[in-house]
Design a protein around this ligand. Sequence first.
Ligand code: KG4
Ligand code: ZN
Length: 335
Amino acid sequence: MLLAIETSCDETSAAVVRGGREVLSNIVSSQIETHRRFGGVVPEIASRKHVESITLIVQEALTEAGVSRRDIDAVAVTQGPGLIGALLVGVVAAKSLALALDVPLIGTHHIAGHIYANRLIGDIVYPALALVVSGGHTELVLLPEEGVFRIVGRTRDDAVGEAYDKVARALSFPYPGGPHVDKLAQQSEEEIVLPRAWLEEGSYDFSFSGLKSAVLAEINRSKMKGLDPDFAALARGFQNSVVDVVTTKAMKAAAEFGARQLLLCGGVAANRGIRERLAARCEEAGLPMLVPPMSLCSDNAAMIGAAAELKWRRGQFSSLDLAAAAQVSLEEWSV
Ligand code: KG4
Ligand code: ZN
């Protein structure tokens, strides 16, 4: 049984996970309300909030799971990537617990966690292709076999969620605005068609900053003409461009690398446009798709427990001098 801790951004979370699949508890304390008035996550405030709540959240996870500290076989923690001060809080807490309970420590990659959230809901079939879309990440990751990660594409600038949040701000929505843009896009009958950033032929990388600038340019153009910008038509144009590019690249990569399953994960997996289009395209292609429920798509510790179990089963533990790291290689984290 693993106790898992996640503090990479603005969620303080602890979970108890059995066998890498069974979630006995998954407590998530979100700081969104605290950061909203600043229009984004303030790293120093995030760290302080983690310090305030980590002990309580860990206790709550144990209580809700109905287990005592002595039942814990190992402590897993997000080592990175993420905000360094925020990560440090979780890493220090995990080290203290591992030392006090005399159990192994497992430093875990945050993106491996997002991907393995899928194992909490079903069986992963390899080779699998994961489309990771969140506020901080946009990656296409090939898993040729269990626990082995190969990045085949990544964003060169903004992450999808980040682009959504920036566009949302331009459309006057509060942070985090992704869900508002998604909703508005679905309400609109009209669409202002925006460019698609396909990049070079054959590239699986992404770029969203040009698209975000195109939205801002449209707003300015309308204002200069003394017109009210059609926010709904812009939201629809933006969403269609994002959905088109991410789903097309994911399907192409899945075909090229012979994936037998597509895994969608990360906070932006809540996006209706992406979910629906990807599900439709997977069905056309006869490719099974897994997507976790929302509670396991946004940052949470259960997903960290699911990924850490890969290392637990193989006896691959971290030493007590494990260092939190803002950047860590996913490929090197492979088992
Ligand atoms: O994975 P997550 O909880 O945190 C990170 O690890 O980044 O993702 C949060 C991001 C935010 O940028 C939020 O605006 C975006 O996911 N998001 C959405 C939707 N729901 C959440 N973006 C577009 N459409 C949605 N429905
Ligand atoms: Zn995340």
